[in-house]
Each structure stands twice: as C-alpha cells, then as structure tokens.
Design a protein around this ligand. Sequence first.
Ligand code: ZN
Length: 147
Amino acid sequence: MTRRTEIRGIARDTLHFILEASRSSHPLEFIGLLRPYEDVIAEVLLIPGSEASDHSATLRFDMVPLTAGAVGTVHSHPSPTPLPSQEDLFFFSRHGHLHIIAAYPYTEASWRCYDGAGHERALAVLDIELPDDYLGDDDPWAEEGEA
Ligand code: ZN
C-alpha cells in the first residue's frame, strides 16, 4: 500500500508552481500533496477544504485519499522561516516521507525539504520535460492491482 519510491528530485516547473501558488496565497498558507511521475515530484494536488490562516495550516486528509500516489506534502510559510513548527513535525511524521516548506519570499532559495522525522534532506531541482499526456490513459496515479 505504501510503495516507497526513491524520489530523485522535483521538476523545476512543479517547484515554480509551488512558489507561484504560495505567492498568490500570501499572507495565507498554501498547502497540498506531492505526487510523483515515476521518481520525480511532478504534481501538486491542492486539498479542498484546507483551512489556512496566517499562522497555521491544516491539511484535511479526510477529504483526500492519501493512497492517490502522494509521497508527501507541501505548505508555505508567510514568514521568512522555512523551519518546521512543532505542529509541522507532528504532521510530517504522519503523512509521508518528503515535505516541502516554501517560505516567504517564495524563491528558489527560500524553500526547504524535510523527511518524515523533520530532518532537512536534499531534493534536486530537475530540468526535465514531462510527457504532455502523462495523466492520460496510463494515469500513473490509478490504483494498482485491481485489474
Ligand atoms: Zn509550517
């Protein structure tokens, strides 16, 4: 059920989407789930019903099947501090093994990635071309093993 793919990095376009979404949510937090295409973080799933405030964000995981191929989470910090809060650490430990925090001013230099234990980890930014139709008939997020 929890297939742990070794994630190689994040597509630069996806990182830019995260930074852009963080900017447009400011001063509120932006939160979502990270989904990979093969071994690269390629998509951000926005969580409907997420509650955001200027000091905390709560992912409504009851709204989302975490089995939808998510490997971790992303949220923004309206402050210039990309360090996880106590709430973030608790949250990380429960929801995947790769967590991005994008801090103000939401540039390529103001985000960090953490593992499920809250330790900072490297995440390469990759200039890769994702296939246009990768969410088509061969939807990699489709549940496996049901055929
Ligand atoms: Zn946080």
